[in-house]
Write a protein that binds this ligand. Sequence first.
Ligand SMILES: [Zn+2]
Length: 112
Amino acid sequence: MVSPYKDNPHSWQEILKVISRCPVCGSVYNTQKAKLFAQKEKAQMVHFSCENCLGNFIAMVMNMNHGLSTIGLVTDLDFEDARKKVGLPVITLDEVISYHNDIQNNKIINLN
Ligand SMILES: [Zn+2]
């Protein structure tokens, strides 16, 4: 699961600059331990574990047209669980985005 991030400036490693502290206890992360566990065309998901409070966190990084967008989630899942869970055919980020666009488009149509 090693990412060739050096070839991609908009890689998940960018978020390590943003999420450098645990959102729960404020401890500085050992960012070496952040792991990429899922990657799609426009989104990467990275798992962190805080050594201080033992919290688990997932950051979802989306490559939007205007740049990177990051969503952080506190989770009970450890890295293996997260990887298994995301491996299931659940709704994908692309589907969420397209739903969102559909809803907005429908609204515009309905208003007319
Ligand atoms: Zn913590």
